[in-house]
Design a protein around this ligand. Structure first.
Ligand code: PMP
Length: 577
């Protein structure tokens, strides 16, 4: 541990990317749970490697190969030391936490999990620590069991005995939840698992760069680390595995580097860790990760955790004071990771995030790869601010200011619409709050189409009643961002009573209007589209075009299902235009 208090201001200056303006204001990067920024030392190490040392590892006899091999293997030693592993043989380089978990599911899982076994995960897992186990359960006939969370958004430890039974073969859980910020009691969970003979895997993607981790004290069998969330490059991560376990596991990918001898008919494998590293690895990535570890250790991991915790507490206090805003995860005062996900009245997370972006603030909105958790909480998405040691309280103040309802818009949740002007604000907030034709239709002539945007959680059910040659009625239900809801509401008004061919033509017009090049001038847009033209400005936000098009794509499908020719209703760009 570093005995002196680090100079956070000086440390921030180590991150060149932070010194820039976005939309005319200094960048505020609060998306650290997705990926952290990289200090100059890591960037320089990558440059140095490619300028001076680049070569393939292990096989070469020449100077550059020796340097590349030494750099790569030194990085393995650094990761082992960082986690207090018993030996560097317990560290396998992977592409990230996701690949680390998949490696265990594929090798250990295929070898040891059988029909009738139970794989235990928790309700707060990232898809990376859920889907590989679903696939393993499908392959083997094992059962996937889910440990619930309680009202405080912590694991329901009082029910652990009910779920962690002797038929549990593997218990996989995260150390810090990327959606809730909850810190799980890893040592306690591992001890409980040991008692029933279950192997443990800790997903340390969110904790690796924030907490001091000692795998021997924690007592876990496997631990997945993500390099890019702890100042390292993207594309590199590590799996820690107890050597005794790794030695029992077959390879998962075949190729160079992982073999001892190869004959045409069969081969033999190297010992761990090389058995699990087929092909040319990410050499520069591993070296960069090693430098990131040096960097974090030079600041001091306890100092980092304390500083992150202080920033998070500061932001948490201010966020919960905003009327209508609810922070997910353990209540204020409980230790948590540097992650604050929140919902804000009826504002959709994407609208919050788009507004933040206009203020130069990088937040994330969506389901954060925890769809089942969001569903459990009755949400489709949340906005998320996540911090790292280079962030400041002044940056948090700017975010709070952006989120605080102004005197002009004093409702509990301000209208988080795209910054496209007054008419847009009027129309969009009106339709998003009071969608027209909201409901269902029934009957033989009704076509029902379900549509969703999986990446943002918008869902919509469209009901279209077709007459012999026209759209008799259109209704919809669902939930989504302001753009999605406004577009659906206006669409139903526009299409009701229109001849089918005319409806298809309007669909084309609208598609062209929202997906034209961002800088193209279309004036006020085609007269026939009326109020729908306010959504034309969405073209400046390419990631939002799919929100505007969701209802229309559902309508396109309804037209097809009712027997209309696809060529007439396609919303794709005309070929060769
Ligand atoms: N688990 C958690 C809890 C995460 O937050 C993430 C990344 N968002 C992952 C796993 C996947 O990590 P990686 O990007 O290194 O594959």
């Amino acid at each position: 541990m570093n005995p002196t208090t680090p100079s956070w201001e000086k440390i921030r200056a180590d991150f060149p990317i932070l010194d820039q303006q976005v939309h005319g204001t200094p960048l505020i990067y609060f998306d650290n749970a997705a990926t952290s920024q990289k200090p100059r030392a890591v960037i320089d190490a990558l440059r140095h490697y490619y300028e001076r040392d680049n070569s393939n590892v292990h096989r070469g006899m020449h100077e550059l190969s020796a340097r590349a091999t030494a750099g790569y293997e030194e990085a393995r030693v650094k990761v082992a030391r960082f986690l207090n592993a018993g030996s560097e043989k317990e560290i396998i380089f992977t592409r990230g936490a996701t690949e680390s978990i998949n490696l265990v599911a594929q090798t250990w899982g295929n070898q040891f999990v059988r029909a009738g076994d139970v794989i235990l995960v928790t309700e707060m897992e990232h898809h990376s620590n859920l889907v590989p186990w679903q696939l393993l359960a499908e392959r083997t006939g094992a059962t996937l069991r889910i440990l619930p969370i309680n009202d405080r958004h912590e694991l329901a430890l009082d029910r652990l005995g009910e779920f962690l039974t002797p038929d549990v073969k593997l218990f996989a859980f995260n150390q810090i939840s990327n959606s809730l910020g909850t810190i799980n009691p890893v040592a306690e969970l591992c001890a409980a698992a040991r008692k029933v003979g279950a192997v443990t895997l800790v997903d340390a993607a969110q904790s690796g760069g924030h907490l001091s981790i000692d795998v021997q004290t924690l007592g876990c069998d496997f631990l997945a680390l993500s390099g890019h969330k702890m100042c390292g490059p993207t594309g590199i991560g590590a799996l820690y595995g107890k050597l005794a376990l790794l030695e029992t596991m077959p390879p998962w990918q075949g190729g160079g580097e992982m073999i001892e001898t190869v004959e045409y008919e069969k081969s033999t494998w190297k010992k761990p860790p090389y058995r699990f590293e087929a092909g040319t690895p990410d050499i520069s990535g591993a070296i960069g990760l090693g430098v990131a570890i040096d960097y974090l250790e030079s600041i001091g991991r306890e100092a980092i955790f304390k500083h992150d915790a202080e920033l998070t507490r500061y932001a948490h206090e201010k966020l919960v004071a905003i009327p209508g805003l609810r922070v997910l995860g353990p209540p204020l005062g409980t230790p948590r990771g540097a992650v604050l996900s929140f919902v804000f009245g009826d504002a959709h997370a994407h609208d919050v995030v788009t507004k933040a972006n206009e203020h130069g603030i990088a937040l994330r909105g969506g389901h954060h790869c925890t769809q089942p958790l969001m569903r459990k909480l009755g949400l489709t998405s949340s906005a998320r601010a996540s911090f790292y040691f280079y962030n400041t309280k002044a940056e948090i103040d700017r975010m709070i200011e952006m989120l605080t309802p102004s005197e002009v818009s004093p409702e509990a949740s301000p209208a988080f619409s795209l910054p496209l002007g007054e008419i847009y604000e009027m129309v969009v907030s009106d339709h998003a709050r009071r969608p027209r034709n909201f409901g269902e239709l029934a009957g033989d002539s009704v076509v029902h189409v379900h549509g969703d945007n999986p990446s943002c959680g918008d869902t919509l059910d469209l009901h279209v009643q077709f007459g012999p040659d026209k759209v008799e009625n259109v209704k919809f239900t669902g939930s989504g961002c302001t753009v999605c809801m406004t577009s659906a509401s206006l669409m139903t008004l526009k299409l009701k009573g229109k001849p089918r061919a005319e409806a298809a033509r309007l669909m084309h017009l609208f598609h062209d209007q929202v997906s034209a090049p961002a800088d193209s001038e279309t004036g006020s847009g085609p007269r026939e589209l009326g109020d729908l033209n306010v959504l034309g400005g969405v073209r400046k936000f390419p990631q939002r075009v799919k929100c505007a098009m969701l209802a229309w794509r559902a309508f396109e499908q309804a037209l097809q299902e009712s027997g209309h020719e696809r060529a007439e209703v396609s919303t794709e760009e005309p070929k060769g235009a």
